[in-house]
Every structure is written in C-alpha cells, then in structure tokens.
Design a protein around this ligand. Structure first.
Ligand SMILES: [Zn+2]
Length: 294
C-alpha cells in the first residue's frame, strides 16, 4: 500500500494544508465490507477525510470519530481515526444500489440523503469534543467544509474523491485535500487561494493524471510559499482482537450469558468496523460466565 498524507503550510502559515492518496484505504474497506460502488465511494470519501483529520490530532491515544446519519438508503456512515492516520469505518447498508447521476457519476448525495454530520474528538479530556452540523449536500466534502465553517469557525476547502474502475468494480483512485485559512490570513491570501481552488478539477482526475498529493498542493499553493512539512502513511486498520471482543461478551451480563449457554450453540460476534467475525464456543462462554460479576 502506498497511501499517505502530506501536511503542509503556505503564505507564512496563514494557510495550512493536507493532501492524501488513499486508494488502498478505500479498496481495503470495499473488500472488508463488500460494498456496492456508491457505498464504496461514500465510505472511501469519509475514510479519506478521517485519515487527514486524524493526522491533525497530537496525542497517540487521541481518537476522531466522524458520523453521518442520513435519510438515504445508506442509512449512515461511521469512521474513526487516530493521530497516526490509522482509519477504519463502515456504512450501515453496504449493498445499496442506486442510479448514477445524469453525468454518470455515482450519486453519493442520493445514497446519503438529508441528515447530519457529527465530529467527535476524544483527546483525553474529561469529555470528548463534539460538533454537529446539518448535511448541506450529502456529498461529504461540502458537508465537512460547512462543518468547519460553522462549528469550528475555520474557513476550509475540503475535496474528497473515489474513482471506481467500472470493469472490475474496484477502487481505481481515492484521495482528497483539506486547505484551511488561519485567523490571521490576509484578504490577498484569501482571494489568491479562492482563485486557485476555483480552477481545480476533481481530485480523482488529478490523481488519475499521475499527480501525487505533493503535486496537488504545489498546483494550489506553489506560488504562495508552499512548505511541505511532513509525510505520513495512512492505512485502513482495525485494532479489534478476540481478547477485546471477549471483554464485550463479558459485559453482556450473567443472565444473557446463561441464555446463550442454554442454547447450546457457539455465538458469533461481528466487528462492525472491519467485518471480522469472532466465534465463541459454548465452553468459552461457560468460562466467560465465571468472570461475570453482574
Ligand atoms: Zn475490527
């Protein structure tokens, strides 16, 4: 996998910028969840945003969660990421099939519908930081741009894209960028950036033409004093394990466990994030019951 995020600044730190290539992230998610093309695009876009937004956090244990709840057939999308750009996620209804838009593009907004976007940052404080805004289009990038403006008062431009290979139904390109204006940004910098952003085609078209995340940032900010700060790998990664799932089974309580044992059949527990199934034999359930204190 060659997925990574580039972090950069421009115009003497009046602008900060992130750009990512995430084909591997989106394709790993597609395979894990067996998602339809439109579900792959929606999930891949939110995973790409999650990886970049995760990389903005500082602590090794910080966790970012992005949740989209929509009235459309996808039902919802959940993504979590950490500060090293490990990201995982799922859609509620992975098999959704929906007509493409008249221009041939996958209808992500139609699959998402109307609803809300919630951003939760757990950075080790007593309470996590939670922000929520209404979806403005359901295309995800625009929804995050709106979220940043309204909930965090940070003018931002978010672009996200997933391009499917129509023959194989696998992910051909995925990536995105987030460009943010710092509070001290001058009118000059703002209008120069707006002009550049207005000229850009889709991010997947840029990746498809062979451009790297660095190239994309150069094309946007190259004449504005772009400084590439670092480059960080991104990957779809779930930290579930049988041991972690076992703790969840312990927490269901004595009565429920006794019922499961009485059924006399193994149980299967599914990790929503990576779709891995963990099986617990009746014998294991009996053992878990002895650890149960409620
Ligand atoms: Zn998992």
């Amino acid at each position: 996998m060659t997925d990574y995020i580039v972090r950069a600044a421009a115009a003497d730190y009046q602008i900060r910028a992130f750009a990512a290539t995430t084909k591997g992230v989106a394709e790993t998610a597609r395979k894990a969840h067996n998602t339809s093309p439109v579900a792959t695009a929606a999930l891949g876009r939110l995973l790409t945003a999650g990886a970049m937004m995760g990389s903005m956090m500082k602590g090794a244990d910080d966790v970012l969660t992005l949740k989209i709840k929509g009235s459309g057939p996808l039902g919802g999308i959940t993504v979590t990421a950490d500060s090293s750009a490990d990201v995982k996620g799922y859609v509620n209804n992975p098999m959704v099939l929906i007509h493409a838009k008249p221009n041939g593009k996958l209808d992500v907004s139609g699959a998402v519908g109307k609803g809300e976007l919630t951003v939760i940052r757990d950075i080790g404080m007593k309470e996590p930081y939670v922000g929520q805004t209404a979806l403005v289009s359901g295309e995800i990038a625009e929804d995050l741009t709106y979220y940043y403006a309204v909930s965090e008062q940070t003018p931002s431009s978010v672009a996200l894209g997933v391009l499917m290979d129509k023959d194989t139904n696998t992910v051909r390109q995925a990536g995105g960028f987030i460009i943010q204006l710092m509070p001290d940004a001058s009118e000059e910098v703002i209008s120069a950036l707006e002009k550049r952003l207005g000229e850009i085609t889709s991010v997947t078209a840029l990746l498809e033409s062979g451009m790297t995340p660095e190239d994309i940032l150069k094309s946007l900010l190259g004449d504005m004093g772009l400084q590439i700060l670092d480059r960080m790998p991104a990957r779809f990664h779930c930290n579930c394990s049988k041991e972690r799932v076992r703790k969840a089974v312990v927490s269901v309580g004595r009565k429920e466990l006794e019922n499961m044992i009485a059924e006399g059949k193994p149980i299967e527990v599914n990790c929503h994030f990576c779709n891995t199934n963990y099986e617990f034999a009746v014998e294991e359930l009996r053992e878990i019951l002895t650890e149960c204190d409620h």
